[in-house]
Every structure is written in C-alpha cells, then in structure tokens.
Ligand binder design. Structure first.
Ligand code: FAD
Ligand code: FMN
Length: 936
C-alpha cells in the first residue's frame, strides 16, 4: 500500500507574512514530492474540515490586541465553540508556527490560544511551537523551525533519499554553488567595485553626474570597512558552503501590447478583498486639511496633521460604510506608490517606454509550480505602471526569496553578496542590514546596480500593497458623512543603507492632498476597540467608567468616544429626562510640548468642561520644569492608588481601560506600569499582577489599539529608556523599588584557546596599569550571562529550574546543530564593562537560546529582569564602578580593538547560578542547576 502524502498547510495572516511563509512551506513540500493542500483559515468547512484532517502545518499571526487575523476569525469561531466534544480533534496531529511581535503585551496571543484550544480538543502537537518575533526578525526562528519541520515531514511521509535531501539541505543547486566558489577569490576587488559604483566615479577631470534618474538623488556610499548591506563579515565571505534556498518557481508570463491602457474604469486592485477590509472602497472628498503641529525638524518629520473627508454618493456600499462606522473604528486610505520610485523601477527593468501599454498577465504554461494562480488583486488587463503603482508594495523590505531571485539577475560580485544575504548563514546580516534597516526595493536596486530582474518575477514576489488604516476621530452622530482623522508625519532618514530620505508612503500621499481632492477609503473590520466593545454591542455607554490612555495620535479614537457620549448626553437632556449621573472618565494624553502640540485641544477642553471627560490628565516630555508629568505612565504612577482602586472596583458596569497609540513599546510599557501599580498598591506579587491584567484583557476590560509606524523599534526603545530614567516625585508617589537580581543564567567559557587569549590580553593590560588587576574577571571564571532574575523562595527557584529545562528542550528541538559562540573584538558598554564581542555569525543561535529562555520564564510567570532589553551576548573581561573608577575607564577602554580574535566556544551546558554568594573554590559562582546540551 502506498502511503498517502496528503496533508493540510493552513495559514491565518493579516498583512501577508504568515501567508508568504505558508507559501514557502508549500513550495518546499511540493519539491519533496508530498501532496500538501494550502488553505486560508477562513476556508474552513468549504475547502477543508479540520475535524477530518490527520495532519496540519499551521502558520498564524496575531493582530490588534492579540486578536486573530481577519481571515482566521471563522476558523477560531468554529474551534472555540463551547459545545465541541473534548475529542473533536483527536484524529489531528499538527505543527504550529506563530508570528508575533514581542513589543505587544499580547505577544503570540493567537498562536498560544490556538495551541491550547487544539490540544483541549484532543489534537496532538508533534513539534515544539515556533515563536517568530517580528521585533528581532522573523527569520531567526522561522528558518530553523522550518528545517525541523522538513526533517519531520521526511520521516513522517517516508521520503526517499533524494526527497529527503531536499528536506534537509536547503542547498543551492550545483550551478549556484559553482558560482559561489568561483567568485570567492576576486571578491575583495569586486566588492570594492560595488562600493565604487555607489560613489563618485570621477578620476579624470570633471566628475560625471551621479544623480540617480527619476529620484534626483546621489547614492550614499557604504562605509569602506566593516559589515554592511554590500559587504559581508569575514566569516561569511570566506564560507565556501553557503546554504542557499532554492529559488521560488516562476509562474507569471506577461505580455505588453502596443495599445495604451486606460485605467479610468479599472476597479482598485481588481475588487479583491484583503484581510481587515469591511466594505469595498468608497469615494470621499477632502474637506479640511490642516497642520496641528509642525515637523520637529526637516529631517525628523513627526508633525501632526488633520484631514477631514466627506463620503460621497449613495450606494449600498456607502450605506453600509456609514451605518457600520462607529466610535473606535478605523478607515483605510487607498494610496498609490510614489511615481518617482515606480519610474525608477520601470527604468531599471528597461520597461519605462512600455509602462502605460496594455499588459496581459497569464500563468506560464511551462511553470513547474503546482497549481499556479495569478494573484487576484491584479486587474487583467492592466499596465505595468498600474500594477507597480497600485497593487504591489515597493516599500516593504525585500524578502529573502526575492533576493534569491535577484541573485540570478546580477553580476557575479553582487550575486555572491545576494546569495550570502539569503543563505542560512546570512540570516543575522539579512535581519540587520535589510529588515531592521527598513530598506525598500528602490534602496536595494541602488545598492546593487547590476540587478535587473524580469518584471514577472517582481510581480510574483512583491507583497500586495495594503492601504493604511487611520482611526476615526469624530462621530457620525454629530458629523454625518464627514470623517476626521489625525495623523503623524512619518519620516525616514537616509541612514543604515537607506538611500534617500522620505516620508512614509501613505503619509506622503495624505500630505499631498488638498481640499476638493477625491480619495478612496475602505472601512476596516471592527475590532474590540470600540465603545461599547464589540462583546457588549448595544449596551448603554454613558454609565461605563473609562480610563483612556492616548498619547500622541493615540488620542484620536477617544475623540470619537467622547463625541458619541456627548451626542447621548444632548439627546438625553433634550428629551427632558433629567440629568445623567456623573461618571469617571479619565483621559491621559501626552505630547512633547503641550504649547506646541495639543491635538484637538479646544475640543478636549470643552468636553472636559461639559463633564464628558471627568479628568483630563496632561503630560509633556520635552519641557524642562513642566508642571505636568513627563509620560502617561508617570501620570498613572502619580495617581497610582486612585487608578488601582478605579480599575479593580467591583461596580456595574465594570470600568474599562482603553489604550491607543503609535509605537508598539506602549503596549508593553503600559502593561508593566499597571503591573507595578497592582504590586505597589494592592500587594500583589508580580505573577499575581500579571494574571489579573491578563484576566482584564481576556474579559475585554483592558483593550488596546497600538500600531507601529515608522521606526518603531528605536522609538520604542528610546521611550522605554526614558521611562526607566524618569524619577517620580517621592512625596506624592511611591518610587518603584529597584529590584536586584539574585540569580543568573549563564554558560562558561573554558576553551583553552580563549582562556589563553584572555590571559595574554590581561598581561598586556596590566603592563599599562597594575590597578586593573582587581577589575578583571579571572580567566578561570569567564562566562556569558544569558539573563538575570530575582527568585524569592524555594518554589520560585524550583519553577526557575523547570523553566530552564523547558527552555533548553525547546531550544534543542529547533537548533539542531552545535551551539557556538565566537568571540572576536574587544568593546565596552557605557564605560563600565570591557568585553569580548560575540561575532554576528554565532549570534543567531544565542539569540534563539535567549528567546527560548525568556519565553519559558514568562510562560512560567517568572520574569527575567532584563527581559525587555535587546540581548547582547558578550564575554565580560573587566568591570568598573562609576564614578569611583572613572579615571581608570579612559585607560582601560582605549584597549578596544575590533580585530582581536579570542576563539570559539562550543557550548555544552547552561547553568542557573546564585549571584550574591561566595564564589566556591573553583572561583565560580554557586551553580544550582545545570543542563547539558545534546552532543551533535
Ligand atoms: C488600527 C490602526 C489605526 C491607526 N490609526 C492611526 C492614526 O489615527 N493616526 C496615525 O498617524 N497613524 C495611525 N495608524 C498607523 C498608520 O496606519 C500607518 O501605519 C502610518 O501612518 C504609517 O504609514 P505610512 O504608509 O506613512 O508609512 P510606511 O511607509 O508604511 O512606513 C511605516 C512602516 O514601514 C516600515 N518602514 C518603511 N520604510 C522604512 C524605513 N525607511 N525605515 C524604517 N522602517 C521603514 C516600518 O516598519 C514602519 O513600521 C494606525 C494603524 C492601525 C493598525
Ligand atoms: C496592528 C498590529 C497589531 C499587532 N498585534 C500583535 C499582538 O497583539 N501580539 C503579537 O504577538 N503580535 C502582534 N502584531 C505583530 C504581528 O503579529 C507580526 O508583525 C506578524 O509577523 C504579522 O504577520 P501577518 O502579516 O501574517 O499578519 C501586531 C501587528 C500589527 C501591525
């Protein structure tokens, strides 16, 4: 009997990342000669019946406030039905990869919930759940998780040796490997030619103009040394065995005719629905545009602007838009990609002359892709200009499959670097220099001038252009067809490989709009961020006590809440039913400088006078000696007891907390702030406070709408640092106690080469100053700290041991090669610590280990004290105390040296150690628990 190789690959995806990963898994499985079916979760009970499946690979993300993507709702509704028997899915085995962002307090909310629900219905998970974090780069986890999945599939479906080879190798085909080797010898000179092509090529006489056509900018040269987008680390450039994914199968074959294409009657994106879309696009006229505050500076942007539109026409779509739009909802603006960038791309592809001709898209009959389909969001016919302007996202960072295809259409030197970036070994460099650097397609094409891919390949691999949503900041009950928005002008500087300064793509469009212009808008599916929340739809709103926290543009949706409340008040008063009861409604709002930027000031102040807002609490962060607190968190702390009493009051209706704003860090920071308040004012332990907050979230009493726009990561980090550094007036609020760690997680560094290298470095240091002696970490006690924590009692310690064991199990299930740390270079932290740097090549394994540890500790309700910070593995060599050792610092830190080579440690055990204790005779700390990593 032949073994059936049929199984399901299921995805739930809001912005397309889970979908694209599921696509890649599907393609790989086809190569392995398996019979997967690829389905969206909302195809449940149409294309698949989950209760009839025997095996499913599931990729799902979280959106909103830990909510399922819109195309997963139907599936969740089905499996969350209370009436299902506990063996409903007893025939199902599954593998689950979750995507999320650790800046959200509901990190991995959906995958966790799904895992629990499937298990509760009898499903059996066959691999550790993957938790990919968009904050640090999804690839760091997706890649090893998929490798593990393919291994598993090869075993499960008894793949032949050849098929298994595809599963385990992810290797480039031999032709590629040839080139990988061939280009090595001349790499240095070829790389410098890339650099040169980005620089002024003059040399004799007058410099030729280097201005890039259509963009009118000059390319910014990359640094001549060090790792950058165009130059890999010494290890990767010397690697003869790059593990390179096979290029995705092509499947589009387009043809351009001589006729011009008329796009006037082309429905936007072929009327294809996207996740999150509630109505089709409707037309609106711009009726107001105004500046609320100026940009901070020409480079930084961040000014706030207001735009008001009036919905036009009468049609069922317009009716449903107007009927369904309520307080808390958002509206998508349909926008085009910037013409300059589209022209540059078309020109690079050699297609500018044909850009407006009629383009016929078809599936390539020769394609080997199974079941190839044209994306439904391309109108057909269209024109190249139309699809590049309206259908594909040219600003999102190019994916690794796209780089893989670019490599096939580049000269040899650029090909080598592109293959490095999409290789397994290049994940960390890709994450740092492409994804986190926020490079766009245009940045990339400028940096790699020889890349000239066929347009069909671009159309296959660029993600769909999704309109950007903006929160409605007024209420129809008062404004009918007029809808108002407040937006922040996002600007990105030309740094970290970005070739030109630009506004966010929708920001730029919104800024360009004038009164009288016509726009297309789409109502977003409602989320729980509504007044009243969806779960309480139809219930009276006036009585609900509200704590609303909306720094910056986050205040916008609260204006719609208040207008709805005001309309209710007016209606009640005019009906002669007597006065309404007084209800507490806090609004915490903050800006940098209230006199320069106070969004909807007059309106909020008038609402405050009307009693619709009972407490308008203002904060400003950039005004020295301001009478206001700096950040909303500080203002919450200042009223800590009052806030805790308010949110925990046992009253009906129960008070609701809403938080909204830009910057994902807000979500985690507020959560931490509330947790701290519950501990300080209610005597809760940290796990109890966390459980209480989680309960508030689950019961939809603590609801967030936090978006990330712009360089959210650095902003969030900066905000976090600022919040930490702020001191609250001790006379009015209890200063949060500094919590000192008493345990740490570590691995020791005992490789004799490293110890010898450290000893000789120490000898050299002591030659310059004998006083360093007491500051040096003895070479017998060298170690790398993976995390610190405070565990108060035996129970917590027991849990910590278990958490470490679980973490290592999860880690070794995903990381199936030896864990190494290569120490290369001497650096220092804030003039306090001298350390050996961990080379980026060994960093991904350590990052994954750290993620597994912090996840397992948080799953066990134990927090790592540095859990919010980015993890920088390092080998501490010397520690100074500031200001006492200030004088020594200058001498010590002049020993920085990026080229110092220590060696590579193969890590074989991870330990939990006590911190403040006499070191034992081995000159190391007391080890309480050790886990040995498997020998590989
Ligand atoms: C439900 C919801 C409601 C919202 N409401 C509002 C609102 O009321 N007001 C408001 O101002 N915004 C709001 N937003 C945010 C808004 O939708 C947009 O995300 C924001 O305006 C940025 O869009 P953009 O096209 O201008 O920027 P984009 O061009 O999309 O750039 C922003 C994102 O792209 C990436 N990126 C692009 N280029 C770079 C680069 N060069 N460097 C680094 N990163 C880069 C970043 O990851 C960044 O997150 C809301 C978002 C959501 C989800
Ligand atoms: C508006 C918004 C809300 C989000 N909310 C969460 C969240 O609550 N928890 C989480 O882990 N990730 C959250 N994320 C991060 C996404 O899950 C993550 O970026 C993921 O890679 C998106 O995958 P998708 O494109 O398949 O939807 C959110 C992202 C956005 C844009």
């Amino acid at each position: 009997m032949t073994l059936s190789k049929d199984f399901l690959i299921l995805f739930g995806s809001q912005t397309g990342q889970a979908e694209s990963i599921a696509d890649q898994i599907y393609a790989k499985c086809i190569d392995m000669k398996l019979d997967p079916r690829l389905c969206r979760m909302d195809e449940v009970d149409k294309e698949f019946f989950i209760e009839k499946e025997t095996f499913a690979v599931i990729v799902v993300s979280s959106t909103g406030d830990g909510d399922p993507p819109e195309n997963a709702h139907r599936f969740f509704r089905k499996i969350c039905r209370k009436t299902l028997a506990s063996d409903f899915l007893s025939g199902l085995e599954y593998a689950l990869l979750g995507l999320g962002d650790s800046n959200y307090s509901t990190y991995q909310g959906v995958p966790k919930k799904l895992d629990k629900t499937l298990a509760g219905l009898g499903g059996v998970r066959v691999l550790p759940r993957g938790e990919a974090d968009d904050q640090v780069g999804l690839e760091l986890v997706v890649e090893p998780w998929c490798d593990q999945l393919y291994e598993y599939l090869a075993k499960r479906f008894e793949c032949s040796k050849d098929e298994k080879q595809i599963a385990t190798a992810t290797l480039a085909d031999s032709a590629d490997l040839e080139i990988v080797k061939d280009v090595l010898p001349g790499l240095e000179s070829q790389l410098s030619s890339i650099t040169m092509s980005n620089q002024d090529e003059s040399g004799d006489g007058e410099a030729p103009s280097n201005v890039i056509p259509h963009l009118g900018i000059e390319p910014i040269p990359f640094p001549e040394e060090g790792v950058s987008l165009i130059r890999g680390s010494p290890t990767i450039t010397a690697d003869h065995n790059l593990r390179i994914p096979v290029a995705p199968q092509s499947f589009i074959a387009s043809a351009v005719s001589h006729e011009k294409f008329d796009s006037t009657s082309t429905p936007w994106q072929n009327s294809d629905h996207f996740p999150g879309q509630h109505t089709p696009p409707v037309e609106a006229r711009v009726v107001t545009v105004s500046e609320i505050s100026a940009d901070i500076s020409p480079e930084e942007g961040k000014g706030k602007r207001l735009i008001e539109i009036a919905i036009q026409g009468d049609s069922p779509d317009v009716d449903s838009f107007l009927k369904d739009c309520d307080a808390g909802d958002s509206v998508y603006f349909v926008f085009p990609n910037p013409t300059k960038e589209v022209d540059f791309i078309l020109d690079r592809l050699g297609l500018l002359a044909l850009a407006d001709n009629t383009l016929k898209l078809g599936v390539d009959p020769k394609s080997e892709k199974r079941d190839p389909k044209l994306p439904a969001y391309f109108p057909n016919p269209a024109s190249l200009r139309y699809v590049l302007t309206h259908c594909v996202d040219i600003r999102r960072s190019p994916s690794r499959p796209l780089l893989r295809v670019f490599a096939e259409h580049a000269n040899d030197a650029e090909k080598r670097r592109l293959l490095e970036l999409c290789s397994a070994q290049g994940v960390a460099e890709f994450t740092a220099h492409v994804r986190q650097a926020g490079l766009s397609l245009v940045d990339f094409l400028i940096a790699f001038p020889s890349v000239k891919p066929p347009v069909d390949r671009l159309l296959e691999l660029l993600p769909r252009l999704i309109p950007r949503p903006y929160s409605v900041s007024n209420h129809q009950s008062r404004h009918g067809r007029r809808i108002r928005f407040v937006y922040s002008c996002l600007k990105f500087p030309a740094t970290t490989g970005k070739q030109y300064e630009h506004f966010g793509v929708c920001t730029e469009y919104l800024k360009s709009l004038q009164v009288g212009d016509t726009v297309q808008v789409i109502l977003k599916e409602p989320s729980k961020f509504r007044l009243p929340p969806l779960a309480r739809a139809g219930q009276p709103i006036w009585d609900i006590p509200l704590l609303l926290i909306g720094p910056g543009t986050g205040v916008a949706p609260f204006a719609s809440f208040f207008q709805k409340l005001l309309a209710h008040k007016i209606q009640h008063e005019t009906s002669g039913e007597g006065p309404l009861p007084q209800v507490k409604r806090y609004l915490f709002y903050g800006s940098r400088n209230l006199s320069e930027e106070f969004i909807l000031k007059d309106e909020l102040e008038s609402l405050s006078r009307e009693g619709v807002i009972s407490d308008l609490v203002l904060c400003e962060s950039r005004v020295p000696d301001s009478p206001h607190q700096k950040y909303v968190q500080d203002a919450l702390r200042l009223r800590g007891k009052e806030i805790v009493d308010f949110i925990t009051a046992d009253v009906t209706p129960a008070p609701l907390i809403f938080a909204c704003g830009d910057g994902k860090g807000l979500s985690k920071d507020l959560f931490a702030c509330f947790s701290e308040l519950l501990q300080t004012h209610l005597g809760k332990t940290a796990p109890e406070a966390m459980a209480l907050l989680k309960q508030l979230k689950d019961s939809e009493r603590y609801i967030e709408d936090v978006w990330s726009s712009g360089m959210s990561t650095p902003i969030a980090r900066a905000a976090k640092t600022a919040i930490k550094s702020v001191t609250v007036d001790a006379t009015v609020a209890k200063r949060p106690k500094k919590v000192w760690p008493n345990f740490f997680l570590t691995f020791r560094v005992r490789n004799q080469d490293i110890v010898t290298a450290v000893d000789s470095l120490y000898a050299a240091l002591l030659e310059t100053n004998v006083e360093f002696e007491s500051k040096l970490v003895p070479s017998r006690a060298l170690h790398v700290t993976l995390g610190v924590g405070r565990f108060e009692n035996d129970d917590e310690l027991k849990t910590a041991r278990q958490a470490l064991t679980d973490a290592i199990t999860a880690f070794t299930a995903t990381h199936t090669k030896p864990l190494e740390a290569t120490f290369h270079g001497i650096s220092n932290f804030q003039k306090r610590v001298l350390f050996g740097s961990v080379h980026p090549d060994s960093d991904p394994g350590l990052q994954l280990l750290y993620q597994c540890i912090s996840k397992s500790f948080s799953d066990n309700s134990l927090a790592l004290l540095d859990g919010n910070r980015a993890f920088h593995p390092h080998l501490t060599l010397a520690k100074l105390q500031i200001p006492r050792d200030m004088k020594m610092a200058k001498d010590l830190f002049q020993h920085r040296n990026a080229d110092h080579i220590f060696g590579t440690e193969i890590i074989d055990e991870i330990m939990l150690c006590k911190m403040h204790m006499d070191k034992n005779k081995d000159e190391f700390y007391q080890v309480l628990h050790t886990i040995t990593l498997p020998k590989l």
